[in-house]
Design a protein around this ligand. Structure first.
Ligand code: NAP
Length: 286
């Protein structure tokens, strides 16, 4: 990569960022596409979120991804939201159009594309563990796709209830929000056909952690999905795998949402297979 005075700037803002493979995936892919862009990790402390967005304008960044913990908080500082970001009340991508910051959300569509790729078409009962920024976009898409019931468990009752309330206001949406507790999870899991870890629990460097210790009551046909992609096999997925349940890790969603990001920021369709190859090659070291 040659950085010169024509190089366009992209990046990711979040805190912490040590887990993120986005800089690696995007820099390899931009080089493969022959584009003179660079994608930087931009760790932002909470008190500097607003200042960091002014910095994007000042330094003429073309756009940045947004990750934990800022997907909702960032909205108040933006000039415009895409219909999806507005509907799911979370932003994972900001495009800078001459100082006008537009928030997008590619997480939900990336997640649905990953389900489609795995041949998963109909979803009836879902359990979502964690009710943060990513969970909103998934709940939004799952609800639109016809999920009959979404049970949401978060360590904070208020957050679970707020997400359930959001889903219940969508056309056909049906959800319940509860405080996370293993006994309740075991009870609900007996009916579930998709269980998703939407928390960072188990993510590098805390790889021994898991939000759930047992999938014993889960039906054999259920799918267990972890949004975490670093490591590829989290403890959450390893426990499910030991019971021979179908598991999906976060790498496929990462690739799909990343491809949508590049399309929005550069206008060019990126090479999906190459992006996947970069992630899988580098995740072997995760
Ligand atoms: P977030 O906004 O921090 O939300 C996580 C939520 O889970 C918070 O409400 C948190 O509560 C709650 N939580 C934490 N520990 C819990 C537990 N043991 N049981 C139940 N709830 C718990 O994070 P996010 O932006 O939604 O991201 C969540 C994860 O998804 C991260 O690991 C992120 O890297 C991953 N992700 C992956 C992709 C991908 O492409 N694969 C895309 C988006 C996100 P507190 O706030 O009180 O801790």
């Amino acid at each position: 990569m040659i950085v010169n005075n024509q190089t366009a700037l992209m990046g990711i803002i979040g805190n912490p960022l040590e887990h993120s493979l986005s800089p690696l995936m995007h820099n390899f892919t931009l080089a493969k596409m022959g584009l003179n862009y660079v994608y930087l990790p931009l760790q932002v402390a909470p008190d500097f979120l607003r200042a960091s967005l002014d910095g994007l304008r000042a330094l003429n960044f073309i756009g940045v991804n947004v990750t934990i913990p800022y997907k909702k908080e960032v909205i108040q500082f933006l000039d415009e939201l895409s219909p999806e970001a507005s509907a799911c009340e979370a932003v994972n991508l900001i495009k800078n159009e001459n100082g006008h910051l537009i928030g997008y959300n590619t997480d939900g569509r990336g997640f649905m594309a990953s389900l489609e790729e795995e041949g998963i078409q109909s979803i009836h009962r879902v359990i979502m563990i964690g009710a943060g920024g990513a969970a909103y976009s998934l709940a939004y898409e799952l609800s639109l796709a016809g999920a009959e019931q979404i049970d949401i468990l978060d360590i904070e009752q208020d957050k679970a209830a707020a997400l359930a309330n959001f889903v219940n206001q969508l056309p056909g949406g049906k959800a319940a929000g509860m405080r996370m507790n293993e006994k309740l999870f075991i009870h609900l899991s007996a009916q579930a056909d998709l269980i998703i870890n939407c928390t960072p629990v188990g993510m590098f460097p805390n790889i021994e952690a898991t939000p759930i210790g047992s999938f014993d009551k889960v039906p054999g046909a259920a799918v267990i999905y972890d949004l975490v992609y670093n490591p590829l096999v989290t403890r959450f997925l390893a426990i499910a795998g030991a019971r021979q349940l179908k598991t999906i890790n976060g790498s496929s969603m990462l690739v799909h949402q990343g491809a949508l990001t590049l399309k929005i920021l550069t206008g060019v369709q990126p090479p999906l297979a190459y992006m996947r190859e970069v992630i899988l090659n580098n995740c072997q070291r995760c």
